[in-house]
Ligand binder design. Structure first.
Ligand code: COA
Length: 334
């Protein structure tokens, strides 16, 4: 191995979160607003999901518009300049364009040219996937300040006439900056996928496949077999909690904070129970944000950091499951 590569590796043992940021569109849609549009009720939505309101981006606001706000907040929190960013790893399933990818569009907005910038689609696990990839670049010595983003405008692929999904989703963006560090840092990431479940949660179309024959507006939309996905989520997220703890030789009681994907309060409670964690040690934003897909974990993380609950040195478990299915976790010392 060349000497400079050996030196780089010696310094970049871990990647560490040095800044977090988030952005939510101004417009809020409450359960009461939805009651007026479809056959549902505030009581049903709160009881079955925990959601009370969600933010919805107006037409004219794009994914990268939101991502830029979250990214700038994370970079400022890290005490860095956008030009310090040398890699962008961007999780999203609702990119502005098929290409250039969302990472490249964001790079242009931030004015940090030259480093790699890419987006990846792993539905609601997209941020965990993007974080795991960026962590490996930093640990390998190939990036010093990586920007990791989860940003989503699910309202653009929601069937607003389908009460079983329209009540769930919201828009938003979250971001973190990872820096190379001798101190931990991200301790481990665990990624999984099982494509045999693809029929349970998916978008009906894409650029290569084209729209389904006879497909009329609202165009391509999310379809979900909710109760099946619910059961799979509880099982697989419970399993990944065990996997993550075992890989790090840790006990459940070592975890200070669970920062889960915010799909449903009942799934969050099931994972917390598995960890033996009281709900007070879980960052819960589902009531405010709904399910923002790739944005939900970094949004929750930013809330916990900025309101002072998550402190430097705390041990955090991040987890998510999404369409595919894909699922993943990250264990980190904040
Ligand atoms: N308002 C009122 N009633 C509704 C409703 C709504 N918005 N949506 C569905 N219902 C009805 C159904 O029609 C059904 O009625 P029926 O018994 O007369 O047939 C009943 O409520 C129960 O439906 P079901 O789908 O079994 O409810 P559920 O308890 O499973 O809750 C979800 C539905 C979607 C909230 C829940 O399954 C869920 O959160 N799933 C997982 C989502 C997830 O984690 N996604 C992965 C990451 S994106």
């Amino acid at each position: 191995m060349p000497r400079d590569a050996v030196q780089r590796r010696a310094f970049s043992v871990y990647s560490r979160i040095v800044g977090t940021g988030s952005y939510l569109p101004e417009q809020i849609v409450t359960n009461f607003d939805l009651e007026r549009r479809m056959d549902t009720s505030d009581a049903w939505i709160r009881e079955r999901t925990g959601i009370e309101r969600r933010h919805i981006a107006p037409l004219g606001q794009s994914n990268v518009d939101m991502a830029e706000q979250a990214a700038r907040a994370a970079i400022a929190a890290a005490g860095l300049q956008p030009t310090d960013i040398d890699l962008i790893s961007f999780g999203t399933t609702t990119p502005d364009l098929v290409f250039p990818n969302a990472g490249v569009l964001l790079q242009a907005r931030l004015g940090c040219r030259g480093g790699p910038a890419f987006s990846l689609e792993a539905a609601c696990s997209g941020f965990i996937y993007a974080l795991a990839v960026a962590d490996k670049f930093v640990r390998a010595g190939d990036a010093k300040h990586a920007l990791v983003v989860g940003s989503e405008i699910l309202s653009r692929i929601t069937d607003h006439s389908d009460r079983s999904t329209a009540i769930l989703f919201g828009d938003g963006a979250g971001a973190v900056v990872l820096a190379a560090s001798a101190e931990p840092g991200i301790l481990s990431t665990h990624l999984h996928a099982d494509g045999s479940y693809q029929h349970l949660l998916y978008c009906t179309g894409g650029p290569a496949r084209g729209p389904a024959p006879g497909n009329m507006p609202p165009g391509d939309v999310v379809r979900m077999a909710g109760s099946e996905v619910f059961k799979i989520a509880v099982t697989l997220l419970g399993r990944i909690v065990d996997e993550t703890l075992a890989a790090n030789h840790l006990e459940k009681s070592d975890i200070d904070w669970l920062v889960p994907h915010q799909a449903n309060i009942r799934i969050i409670q099931a994972v917390a129970r598995k960890l033996g964690l009281p709900i007070e040690q879980v960052i819960v934003t589902v009531q405010e944000h709904g399910n923002t897909s790739t944005a939900s974990v970094p949004l929750a993380l930013d809330v916990g950091v900025r309101d002072g609950r998550i402190k430097r040195g705390d041990l955090l478990l991040l987890e998510a499951l999404g369409g595919g299915v894909t699922w993943g976790s990250a264990l980190l010392r904040y």
